[in-house]
Design a protein around this ligand. Sequence first.
Ligand code: HBI
Ligand code: FE
Length: 296
Amino acid sequence: MQTTKHGAAAGEGGRPERADWTIDQGWESYTVEEHAVWKTLFERQAKLLPGRACDEFVAGMHALPIGADQIPDFRRLSEVLMQHTGWQVVAVPGLVPDEVFFEHLANRRFPAGHFIRRPEQLDYLEEPDVFHDVFGHVPMLMNPVIADYIQAYGVGGLRAQKLGMLEQLARVYWYTVEFGLVQQRDGLRIYGAGIVSSYTESIFALDDTSPNRIGFDLARVMRTRYRIDDFQESYFVLNHLDELLELANIDFDPVYAQVKGQEDYPPGQVLEGERIYTQGSGRYSAMKRQQASGGH
Ligand code: HBI
Ligand code: FE
């Protein structure tokens, strides 16, 4: 799943109607074909995810009006979310500028793409569509810890921009909210939206021997670059989602000071002394690099 760095004006393009870039979802205008794409994606994940998605994701999904047959109506999602964690889902044309994105999150409004991918795009997506945003992110917003964490991320994002530390903060979001894994008693589970909404990555992130799986450390993740157009080379693992509560409440300034000016780590690097769940072979990324260079 590709999230361009600066949330370039996407979707219908051009100037937004409203300053906050929100639009009406236009739920009544979805076509039968669009609901059918949602159904295909939903049913594939519903079969695959038991034993892969974390308990909090499953609980959130079951408590929301999200089903196979139709693209969910954001108004109905917001009614339930508002009661549980004070969040709502607002429709946007696609990626929005960073400060617009952070402003929404800081006010517990999750900006979700209103469009859905085309049938021929099932497994590759330029930017977050309604399946990535609603199936991937929204169930986790029912969990109070994630709800607080993503709001804190919005507040932090507005600040990080001023401090020139957005790059580092965006990596923390990427390796948690988008591509995070969590240790459960019965094994590693997915909580990241970018993984849980992807058929192929829901398998790769847990089963493949190629990627590293490394214990989450804030300063280390702030220095770790990531891939935006392919599977991750490393996944970071929390002992428990409550670790994110700490992240939502600590002062980032000392950590920013610690990492500022420090060398970044390439996505596939493993460091001396860090907690390793899997030392990956790196075979998948090596194969992709070879393909890219036209190697045989
Ligand atoms: N806009 N709609 C939308 N969705 C995103 O995930 C998003 C965005 N704008 C900016 C952005 N993500 C990231 O670049 C920031 O988290 C840094
Ligand atoms: Fe996302």
